[in-house]
Design a protein around this ligand. Structure first.
Ligand SMILES: Nc1ccn([C@@H]2O[C@H](COP(=O)(O)OP(=O)(O)OP(=O)(O)O)[C@@H](O)[C@H]2O)c(=O)n1
Ligand SMILES: C[C@](O)(CO)[C@H](O)COP(=O)(O)O
Length: 406
């Protein structure tokens, strides 16, 4: 295909995701669904389509770090162009289109970074419509609910006939030059209230062809949308609706000795003592490793990493948890949740809880919502109460596609 006729994509991901709620792990496009960031999945969908020659992703200026982490969950950045977005979606799209100007595209597809379930067939359908001569292609779903109108959102003012009404999806496809000119004209006219790109095409008088959208191609807008997407992908990985659910628990304890920090759930915490014992003596990761191994009856951490083996002295305990998670996966298991309780008088766990949960999520490759870290003191009773040691109890739940021991 000649350079002039090639097809580009603009993926907008610079929004703040206000309706999904602000959270520590960033706006919705960086939340984990089925173990990978929403945006990583969306970008992969476009990368996997051989017809797309050039892709630009538009991100928020504060999100470079989050974006780098999301990209690590794909095959890498490749020739992806990254630009910063604006205050409104419309501005973000324009920035993305401008960044593609030197690519001499024939057509461009504009897509929401938060529609990760876009299928290859839908991308092909949009491209096919453009290649058949249409100037703009819009995937839609006919409205199927009865529509009510209400100004005050209290009582119904009337019923809107739904015939001829459609919900608009992305990717929306255009002749590159037409949509760039239309966006520039809208910016020049200070019109900034367009919620999709076809509205801008309509505003400049371009004909927009309707094509079939896909019900699965939802826009993740609310926290519920994200939870539903995570469940859908997690169950798809588990590959079953009659799950073989296994629960495992683990317990570990290590002595407090002279030192200046402890490592718990993979997080280094400054402390007036250190922990002694196997590897970095991270009781939490050791207990959780045992809990995971228990779900498939594969013994305990000592069987896999004997304390007598000097290669594990001082080792970082995430190696053990990763290994256990790998065995679970090899046996057809999907980790549904991990729960750790730390039992210690000090240090305080609360300030580190979020980092610990993120660390567990990262090691296990699951959403942070599926990881829990709790702490309790031992009410100054016994060896823990006397600050002689720290203990951890862990529970893991895993769904197996088939009997792991069968
Ligand atoms: N200034 C903006 C606003 C939105 N978007 C992107 O446009 C897509 C669809 O927007 P929406 O679902 O409305 O996302 P947000 O604007 O992030 O959500 P909210 O309105 O709840 O804050 C998202 O991929 C979002 O990241 C963008 O690139 N730049
Ligand atoms: C472009 C869009 O996805 C079409 O449905 C949608 O309009 C963008 O989301 P927003 O919530 O309107 O910003």
């Amino acid at each position: 295909m000649s350079e002039t006729g090639s097809i580009g994509a603009v993926i907008v991901a610079a929004g703040r995701g206000e309706r999904a709620g602000n959270r520590q792990d960033g706006p919705k496009q960086y939340r984990s669904i089925g173990g990978r960031a929403v945006l990583a999945r969306t970008l992969e969908a476009f990368r996997n389509n051989p017809q797309i020659a050039k892709t630009v992703v538009v991100i928020h200026r504060d999100d470079h770090e989050l974006f780098t982490r999301a990209i690590e969950q794909t095959d890498g950045p490749g020739s992806l162009i990254v630009v910063e977005g604006g205050a409104e979606r419309q501005q973000s799209v324009l920035n993305g289109l401008e960044a593609l100007e030197s690519a001499k595209l024939g057509h461009v597809l504009i897509h929401d970074g938060v529609r990760p379930f876009v299928s290859n067939e839908l991308i092909d359908r949009v491209i096919g419509t453009l290649q058949s001569g249409e100037q703009a292609a819009l995937p839609v779903i006919a409205v199927s609910d009865t529509l009510k109108k209400s100004e005050a959102a209290k009582h119904v003012d009337g019923t809107v006939p739904r015939s001829g009404l459609y919900g608009a999806q992305t990717p929306q496809g255009f002749s590159y030059r037409d949509i760039l000119d239309a966006h520039r004209a809208a910016a020049e006219a200070n019109k900034s209230d367009f919620t999709d790109d076809c509205s801008i095409a309509e505003w400049v008088g371009l004909p927009v062809a309707l094509i079939d959208g896909e019900p699965e191609n939802v826009k993740l807008t609310t926290a519920r949308d994200i939870n539903v997407a995570d469940e859908k992908l997690t169950f798809a990985t588990a590959g079953t609706h009659l799950p073989d659910v296994r629960t495992g628990n683990g317990y570990d304890v290590h002595a407090l000795v002279a030192g200046d920090h402890v490592t718990l759930c993979g997080v280094d915490i400054p402390h007036d003592h250190g922990l002694s014992g196997h590897s970095d003596a991270d009781v939490a990761l050791h207990a959780l490793t045992d809990a995971l191994l228990a779900t498939c009856g594969l013994g305990d951490i000592g069987d896999h990493f004997p304390p007598s083996d000097s290669q594990w002295a001082g080792a970082s305990s995430h190696i053990f948890l990763e290994h256990a998670a790998g065995l679970v996966a090899e046996n057809g298991g999907t980790v549904m949740n991990a729960d750790v309780t730390l039992i210690c008088e000090a240090p305080k766990i609360g300030p580190h809880r979020a980092d610990m949960r993120s660390k567990l999520a990262e090691i296990l490759g699951i959403a942070v919502e599926r990881c829990s870290v709790k702490a309790t003191t031992n009410e100054k009773i016994g060896f823990i109460g006397r600050r002689e040691g720290i203990a951890a109890i862990a529970t893991a739940t895993v769904i197996y596609r088939s009997n792991p021991n069968g």
